[in-house]
Ligand binder design. Sequence first.
Ligand code: C2E
Ligand code: MG
Ligand code: MG
Ligand code: MG
Length: 271
Amino acid sequence: RAKGAGRARHVLFDDSLQRQATDVLALEHELRAALANEEFEPYFQPLVRLGDTRAIGYEALIRWRHPERGILTPDKFLSVAEECGLIEAIDWQMYRAACAAAIPLVKDGGFITLNISPLHFQHDDFDERLLKVTTETGFDPKNLRIEVTEGTLLGDPEAVARILDRLRVACVEAALDDFGTGYSSLGYVHRFPLKMIKIDRSFVDSLGGDRSQRSSAVVGAILALAHSLGIEVVAEGIETEMQRQALVAMGCVYGQGFLFGRPQEPAHYGG
Ligand code: C2E
Ligand code: MG
Ligand code: MG
Ligand code: MG
């Protein structure tokens, strides 16, 4: 936990550290100021075809350009933003900035993805609001995908499915993020209109390691089910050429990870 002395007391902490109520209040205060100053912005990381490593799209990942502390990753502020009810406002600022910045990234086709916090699906007009952002920024919705987690699907499955259905009609496809970490079974995913499943990094991490066989079995099962349903599969967190090759050998077509590109400012990828 960072404790600055004097007038400006900046309190930032990782989720793992014990937090005091006063620290949460201080961070909440900073988050409100950051919203007013529009300090939230997107970095982009490519999703690639594993065969030739060419980008098929980019994931927008939120960053906080803190006036004193520089660029902050979501682990420094997202859970508090959720707790104090600011995540939705922060997300909307981020989504707008991402669409505005990404127009050059998709000029030759391809897509960007936005990470959608589960709370948004409590609003039945989430799809309308999202499409309004595309209209206002001039971003073509057919170049937009959203990423939702298993927890989101389990919340109120019918309400979520309705919103996802309407978004698909508007050409905004959905991806299931961090797959394998939650509680949903493979048999559950067919109920939702999903274009893509992203296999969590934890399974990719152990490919080639001690627990390689178990991970391979899980990845293989996800690939078989997804492909039988016509769903694309992306493996997350690929860091080594050995992992890339193992995934290609298993029939995984798409991937993402530091091996291909880190999250970067839009200009890095031609934005
Ligand atoms: P995620 O959606 O699963 O995003 C992938 C995370 O893994 C990113 O962390 C990315 O930088 C990191 N990553 C990518 N490739 C590799 C790799 O090869 N190795 C390793 N070790 N890590 C890799 P980041 O940017 O810190 O984002 C963390 C999480 O914050 C995201 O996980 C997502 O759940 C959430 N998030 C990001 N942007 C937004 C946003 O705009 N709104 C909301 N609500 N959540 C967001
Ligand atoms: Mg994601
Ligand atoms: Mg993910
Ligand atoms: Mg993840």
